[in-house]
Design a protein around this ligand. Structure first.
Ligand code: SF4
Length: 151
């Protein structure tokens, strides 16, 4: 039987792609991937950032705001603007939709500036919002869930 393809934040599968060089392994995601064809992706590595790398967050608003020009993504400590690089990584990651012939849905890591689905850090606070990759995926019509929404 043909398995559904699912795009998954690489760190949820135990791959150490996070900014601090760690993973965020999710047992629920690992269980899901026993019955689905899971495709790992890390938009920030595809952007060309090193791992580990300095943490990043939104300023002014989430991905929607960034794409409207009223927000940006910066390195938390230095304030360096990394918006264009983050966008590049998200667009690279989006190419997986074409390469794979499409996915049934995506499971992404909550609160990340790239992968956050319902919550992200804006100006140092966790607020309702979407990461840049999750936002672009939704715009492509992909159903996107966070690992915290898995039952
Ligand atoms: S960009 Fe996404 S996949 Fe990569 S480490 Fe951050 S949350 Fe995980």
């Amino acid at each position: 039987m043909k398995q559904e393809k699912v795009l998954v934040s690489a760190c949820l599968l135990g791959i150490r792609t996070r900014y601090d060089g760690s993973a965020s392994v999710s047992q629920k995601v690992l269980k899901l991937c026993k019955t689905k064809c899971c495709i790992p992706v890390c938009p920030e590595q595809l952007a060309g950032f090193s791992t580990p790398r300095p943490p990043m967050e939104f300023r002014g608003g989430d991905a929607e705001c960034v794409l409207k020009g009223c927000g940006k993504i910066v390195r938390v400590e230095s304030g360096e603007d990394v918006t264009l690089k983050m966008l590049k990584g998200a667009k690279e990651a989006l190419k997986l939709l074409e390469i794979t012939g499409g996915v049934a849905f995506a499971i992404l890591k909550e609160r990340s500036p790239s992968c956050g689905v319902n919550k992200v850090y804006v100006d140092g606070e966790i607020v309702d919002g979407t990461g840049i990759f999750a936002y672009l995926l939704k715009k492509e019509g992909v159903k996107v869930y966070s690992e915290e929404e898995l039952s």
